[in-house]
Design a protein around this ligand. Structure first.
Ligand SMILES: *[C@@H]1O[C@H](CO)[C@@H](O)[C@H](O)[C@H]1NC(C)=O
Ligand SMILES: *[C@@H]1O[C@H](CO)[C@@H](O)[C@H](O)[C@H]1NC(C)=O
Ligand SMILES: *[C@@H]1O[C@H](CO)[C@@H](O)[C@H](O)[C@H]1NC(C)=O
Ligand SMILES: *[C@@H]1O[C@H](CO)[C@@H](O)[C@H](O)[C@H]1NC(C)=O
Ligand SMILES: *[C@@H]1O[C@H](CO)[C@@H](O)[C@H](O)[C@H]1NC(C)=O
Ligand SMILES: *[C@@H]1O[C@H](CO)[C@@H](O)[C@H](O)[C@H]1NC(C)=O
Ligand SMILES: [Zn+2]
Length: 439
């Protein structure tokens, strides 16, 4: 019966014109994020591989992160196409203002209850539409969404070194194996650099320039590996990041912000997320909100204080329940300290997404991207509809706009055949049903 079925199917396809193989098929997609790769990091370093990509693919001058320029919130905006107030990942740490719980970043990466707030990331949406997806260290890739996990995922271990070039290459080999041998359609790959170096020694340093050279060599390795695995004509690649980096505590200019100089944290506040760079949140004790607000409002010239309801609309943050009643944002280069200056970083992010130092890097190449295309800046929410388009996935409701990015695609992207992935499988379904009914 099986061979009869194949025969009938073949007959059906041959009498109905084009065989399946000539219909529209979609290329595979690899999304790589280099954490903290500021948009201009390639401009003071020799980067032959990135330079080659400018000619062979797409470069955006820069792209805009969401208003909260932090790792987990921004990565989740990229993979969902939704603003922070919609996806609910409002910090790198999982927290609970009632219990006082604070979960460290790497542990947060394994907590479904922090990420799964009703907005589906692209991995899950693509899987529901029949694709095979994987996440290699990408934030949010290691948890369940409505009970469903990503087909294959690896979560970064606490304390694993981030800058081992041999391991970076091995990770690429692994991912290429997933595409070439196991037919995965969509993979996200994450690297923790240049963020670590940027924090530790600051962005304007020799060490940061060295790590950009290492990233450039890794991109060279990636291209060879794509070629060796015969994926050159079948794999699109997007290279991006999550936010930039700026020098902090430049002592000649900075008068540190220490909140205990202006309010009694113990008496007035019930919970806070402070000592985490230039962004902070405070939950005042019952009835103390106005007092906290008044005391901090004009406390320091480089500190902006918002009541939750007065957060600017274009931050797209205030709608979410996890945003606490008082939100603090420091000017570029200033930390928000609670009582003591504990932060030993030389560089940081978390500042306004409008600051050029917070802007993200974006490149793309592969069979569906135009060569030598310089894109105007756009919001990172618009990466999502682009990825859906490339994969032939019907997107979830999202805040991105394909018009920001569709100009990057080759002219005939839409002309590849009569039907998309969904229609092909729908046709197959109808055909099989008809045949099964006939047999
Ligand atoms: C915080 O924890 C309490 C007690 O476990 C729980 O009832 C509450 O739902 C949690 N709040 C949030 C926002 O998760
Ligand atoms: C995801 O669901 C599976 C199956 O129920 C469970 O074994 C696993 O622990 C869950 N993972 C997380 C991160 O909650
Ligand atoms: C880098 O990783 C490789 C492969 O795991 C290992 O053999 C090597 O010792 C590591 N190098 C450093 C400096 O940790
Ligand atoms: C630190 O501040 C000085 C004085 O304003 C400035 O010249 C220098 O560029 C700053 N350094 C960095 C790394 O931003
Ligand atoms: C800090 O505040 C002072 C006084 O308003 C201002 O002149 C300076 O530009 C601010 N610094 C930054 C980085 O915005
Ligand atoms: C973002 O998209 C969601 C889903 O379509 C929508 O509900 C929400 O209003 C959008 N946000 C903005 C600011 O447009
Ligand atoms: Zn980051």
């Amino acid at each position: 019966m099986k061979s009869e079925l194949v025969l009938v199917l073949a007959l059906f396809l041959s009498v109905n014109g084009k065989p399946l193989s000539e219909r529209r098929t979609y290329n595979k997609l690899l999304l790589i994020s280099f954490d903290g790769f500021r948009w201009d990091y390639d401009q003071d370093v020799d980067t032959p591989n990135l330079d080659k990509l400018v000619k062979e693919g797409v470069k955006a001058k820069y792209i805009n992160p969401p208003a909260l320029t932090m790792t987990s919130p921004s990565h989740f905006t990229t993979i969902t196409g939704r603003w922070i107030e919609d996806h609910g990942v409002v910090h790198n740490l999982m927290f609970n203002d009632t219990t006082g719980l604070r979960v460290p970043h790497k542990a947060t990466l394994k907590k479904s209850e922090w990420w799964d707030n009703g907005v589906l990331p692209l991995w899950i949406t693509a899987q529901k539409q029949g694709l095979k997806t994987a996440s290699f260290y990408y934030p949010g890739g290691g948890v369940n969404y409505s009970g469903q996990a990503v087909n294959r995922f690896l979560v970064e271990n606490h304390g694993s070194p981030d800058d081992n070039e041999t391991e970076w290459q091995q990770n690429i080999d692994t991912v290429m194996g997933w595409f070439a041998k196991e037919d995965f359609d969509f993979v996200t790959l994450y690297y923790g650099e240049p963020d670590n170096v940027g924090h530790a020694v600051g962005p304007e340093t020799h060490e940061r320039r060295k790590i950009i050279e290492q990233i450039d060599r890794t991109i060279g390795y990636l291209r060879e590996s794509i070629h060796k695995n015969a994926l050159t004509d079948h794999l699109n690649v997007i290279l991006t990041s999550d936010h930039g980096m700026t020098t902090i505590k430049n002592a000649t200019e900075v008068k540190e912000i220490v909140l205990a100089n202006y309010i009694s944290l113990l008496k007035l506040t019930r919970f806070d997320l402070l000592d985490y760079g230039g962004f902070g949140m405070i939950t005042p004790r019952e009835g103390k909100e106005q007092e906290v607000y008044n005391a901090l409002k004009n406390a320091h010239p480089n500190l902006t204080v918002y009541r939750k309801d007065e957060l600017p609309e274009n931050f797209h943050m205030k709608k979410h329940a996890r945003i606490q009643p008082i939100v603090l944002l420091a000017d570029l280069g200033f930390n928000i300290n609670s009582r003591l200056i504990l932060d030993i970083n030389k560089g940081d992010h978390g500042f306004s997404s409008e600051e050029m130092d917070m802007k993200m890097f974006f490149r793309a190449f592969g069979p569906d991207f135009s060569p030598n295309f310089l894109a105007e800046p756009f919001d990172s929410v618009s990466i999502y509809p682009l990825m859906c388009k490339l994969l032939g996935v019907v997107p979830e409701a999202n805040n991105g706009s394909l018009s920001d990015t569709k100009g990057m695609l080759v002219d005939n992207f839409d002309a590849g055949g009569s039907s998309g992935r969904i229609q092909v499988s729908f046709t197959l379904l109808v055909v099989s049903t008809v045949i099964l009914t006939l047999i």
